[in-house]
Design a protein around this ligand. Structure first.
Ligand code: ADP
Length: 159
């Protein structure tokens, strides 16, 4: 069974992430969406909130698990018996960082390979941070995230 993990902060999950998850689920037997706990990025949503939003977003897709992890991605991959790490690429600007990360991960654990899926053009500009910025100023985020996530963002910024 080919297990893949798709690690990230998902703070919060966007339609760009969901597109990658859907496509990655077609090339793996099981896909574990792995929410990073200790990324020092000062997340807006707690890990529990991010997991709940992801679970709601992927409930109709088969063979998806949503888990949290901290520490090294490769250690989590080993624990899950994963042989591939899935990452999304939006633009050239993502490439250098992703290349470093993928090479490092393979040095750390030679059994693992990183598979990059190119973003759907519709979402190539989309990032969790832009969505948060638009939401914080009361802008319309309905084209970027699911209705459930949009409501959570509106709620957060009301406080
Ligand atoms: P990280 O903190 O690891 O960058 P993110 O949650 O921002 O976590 O992203 C997780 C993964 O999803 C990364 O591989 C990122 O490149 C990819 N990604 C983010 N937004 C998009 C998008 N709009 N289209 C395709 N891939 C995306």
């Amino acid at each position: 069974m080919k297990v893949g993990i798709y690690p990230g902060s998902f703070d919060p999950v966007t339609l760009g992430h969901i597109d990658i998850i859907k496509r990655a689920s077609k090339i793996t037997d099981k896909l574990v969406v792995a929410v990073l706990k200790n990324n020092g990025k000062n997340p807006l949503f707690s890990v529990e909130e991010r997991i709940a939003m992801l679970k709601e977003s992927v409930k109709d897709i088969k063979s998806i698990e949503v888990e949290s992890f901290d520490g090294l991605t490769v250690d989590f991959a080993k624990k899950m018996n994963a042989s591939v790490i899935i990452r999304g690429l939006r633009a050239v600007t993502d490439f250098e960082y992703e290349l470093q990360l993928a090479q490092t991960n393979r040095e750390l654990y030679s059994e693992i390979d990183t598979v990059f899926l190119l973003t759907n053009l519709r979402y190539s500009y989309l990032s969790s941070s832009t969505v948060k910025e638009v939401a914080s100023y009361g802008g319309d985020i309905s084209k970027f995230v699911t209705t459930e996530v949009a409501n959570k963002l509106i709620e957060k910024y009301k406080k």
